[in-house]
Design a protein around this ligand. Structure first.
Ligand code: FAD
Ligand code: N01
Length: 549
């Protein structure tokens, strides 16, 4: 079914997809393959999602580009050549644009449109989506490909509106380049975004004050150009490489560790950590031993290694001390940098601890801390996102009997497999809470979810069905399972955005599934093998569970 509402936006369509990042674009491609009419609604003016919004200097991926790519089309893999081990934002955005053009996706996307609400009508078994532009679209299936890191956390420092300089959020960076030449810059935040941006800003600016509340562990990227020979070798048997990623924990093609930290001598442990540091990348240390995420003492030995590295790199003892993190390494997203720690050896960079000297307010000319004023022409907020649930919470989503997702998730998100929530039939999430999502190479997780949803819709069609909904029981069991897995690790001990701890008032629940992509994939496959066990399938009202439908 397809009819037009305004220029280009259909008023009725089989599948509405919200979001035109990696997930939404692949979803659209697969829906067309099923012969369904599908349309994307996207807030931005173009495709790209994360890579459309995060244009700050230094932005690049932390999963090797060869793996941080689509795998579904062999020709696409062969015709695109990544130029660096970790591509920078412009190259990733070009890649996404290339994929959109290659599969002629843009003709089914409405840009500049924010979905404000999505309401289910049980009588007609349809979703009605309302947009800020006034567009209203009715659909049988709604796929939220809204992203885990797409809602920038707004700076709430008093006085910001009085500031006479310019300020930016890394996650909403302007399209035109920002010239830092001759500028005094204050950077707030030292997570992955800040750690990537600070070296680049420092190289251009007159002076940079880094306002750090909590230090983070950062691994050297050891980024380098990717030669044609290296690239060709990596994609020679790309299908096999990807199958290895899919069965791994983190969605990357590296062999899993086989030994615990304590099975080797201290000298051998140091050698392996050093080898990882020289190889670089997000799993530089975590890939060394099996107990990295589960044993406090094993984890502390890896922490100590990084703290020693920081002291080796950073000349000023007090600055090095301030840069040393003390939480369990890996329990907040490990950062990956190019020259971050060495940047503090520059004469034009000063690190300020805003935990002991808090930010009080912004003045017309800078930032007032408790004990001192920082003069600034530019303030860069690298303060992160309302992660995982933020984009869904921004939409007024109502399911059966008008129940609001907001209320159902009041104490933390509840899903079955991170794909659906009970009471919200035919509504799917891509990389939703309760799936590996942000703990994995997102491209592997995105493709898996999109493929699962596609197979599910094909199954419904083949059986003359057009309704699917998670059951409360199965959802409760899944949530207990996700929580129990996390409780066996060190993850929940950190005040991380994985837990929602970076957003005041957000319920604290450890949201991702920690047992890895391979295990998760097997769980999803088992559900299908058991006839969609845990889901009610119907025509269009629910009639029975799983294959008994
Ligand atoms: P997004 O790319 O976030 O796309 C979601 C889209 O939905 C956005 O365009 C948004 O505008 C749109 N949207 C949301 N709500 C609405 C609404 N209500 N109405 C209309 N449109 C809406 N992951 C990795 O695995 N490896 C990496 O190296 C990596 N690097 C990253 C670097 C940065 C700077 C950031 C911020 C994240 C990074 N990530 C990385 C995570 C990254 O978010 C994912 O890899 C991936 O890009 C997510 O794709 P997506 O399509 O699921 O979501
Ligand atoms: O955000 P963050 P991010 N006053 O939440 C500080 C992905 N990503 O944008 O820890 C002062 O990690 C906050 O301090 P604290 C990746 O998944 C990947 O950097 O709350 N400071 C912290 O230091 C990543 O994890 C890449 O004490 C305030 C920082 O701001 C995720 O996106 C690159 C503050 C926020 O760190 C988010 O990363 C970029 C306040 N009011 C992003 N509020 C790659 O490398 C917050 N902070 C691939």
């Amino acid at each position: 079914m397809l009819s037009q509402a305004d220029s280009g936006t259909p008023s009725t369509v089989d599948v509405v997809i919200v979001g035109a990042g990696f997930a939404g674009l692949y979803m659209l491609h697969r829906m067309r393959g099923l012969g369904l009419s599908a349309h994307i609604l996207e807030r931005a003016e173009d495709v790209g999602g994360t890579w459309y919004w995060n244009r700050y200097p230094g932005a690049r991926c932390d999963i090797e580009s060869v793996d941080y790519s689509y795998s579904f089309d062999e020709q696409l893999t062969r015709e695109w050549r990544w130029t660096e081990r970790y591509a920078a934002q412009p190259e990733i955005l070009s890649y996404i644009g290339h994929a959109a053009d290659r599969f002629d996706l843009r003709r089914d996307i409405t840009f500049g449109t924010t979905v404000a609400s999505a309401h289910w009508d049980d009588d007609t078994a349809t979703w009605t989506l309302t947009c800020d532009t006034g567009a209203v679209v009715r659909t049988t299936y709604c796929v939220m490909a809204t992203g885990c890191l797409s809602v920038a956390k707004q700076p709430d420092v008093p006085g910001l509106s009085e500031f006479t300089g310019r300020w930016f959020h890394t996650g909403r960076w302007p399209h035109e380049p920002v010239d830092f030449t001759g500028r005094r810059v204050a950077v707030v935040g030292t997570g992955s975004s800040g750690i990537q941006a600070i070296p680049q800003i420092a190289a251009a600016a007159d002076f940079v004050h880094v306002l750090q509340r909590t230090p983070n562990y950062s691994m050297p990227a050891q980024n380098r150009p990717l030669s044609a020979a290296e690239f060709d070798a990596a994609i020679a048997d790309f299908a096999t490489r990807r199958r290895i990623c899919e069965q791994s924990d983190a969605g990357v093609p590296h062999p899993p560790p086989t030994q615990s930290t304590f099975e080797v001598t201290p000298a051998e442990r140091e050698r392996r950590f050093e080898e990882g540091w020289q190889r670089g990348g997000i799993n530089a240390l975590s890939a060394a031993f099996t107990d990295f995420f589960t044993d406090e003492e094993a984890n502390r030995l890896a922490q100590d290694f990084v703290r020693r590295k920081i002291h080796e790199i950073v000349a000023d003892e007090r600055t090095a001390d301030l840069l040393c993190p003390h939480h369990h390494i890996g329990t907040k997203r490990t950062c990956v940098d190019t020259g971050y720690y060495a940047t503090y050896n520059r004469d034009n960079v000063e690190l300020i601890d805003v935990r002991t000297n808090p930010i009080e307010h912004v003045t017309t000319t800078g930032v007032q801390l408790t004990g001192r004023h920082i003069d600034a022409d530019v303030i860069v907020f690298a303060i992160g996102f309302d992660a995982i649930t933020g984009a869904l919470a921004d939409i007024d989503i109502r399911g059966v009997d008008g129940v609001e997702l907001h209320d159902v998730w009041a104490h933390g998100p509840r899903t079955l497999l991170g794909l659906q929530t009970a009471g919200f039939p035919n509504l799917f999430m891509v990389t939703g809470p309760g799936s590996p999502s942000v703990l994995s190479n997102m491209l592997v997780s995105i493709e898996q979810h999109v493929d699962w949803i596609t197979d599910c819709l094909a199954h419904l069609d083949a059986h003359g069905l057009e309704r699917i909904e998670a059951t409360e029981d199965a959802q409760d069991r899944w949530m207990d399972h996700v929580a129990a897995l996390a409780a066996d690790t060190l993850y929940p001990q950190a005040t991380s955005w994985y837990l929602g701890a970076n957003i005041p008032g957000k319920p604290r629940t450890f949201m991702p599934y920690v047992a890895g992509c391979g295990q998760y994939r097997r769980e999803c496959e088992q559900v299908v093998a058991d006839g969609y066990a845990g889901f009610l399938l119907g025509r269009p009202s629910p009639v029975a569970e799983g294959s008994r439908a």
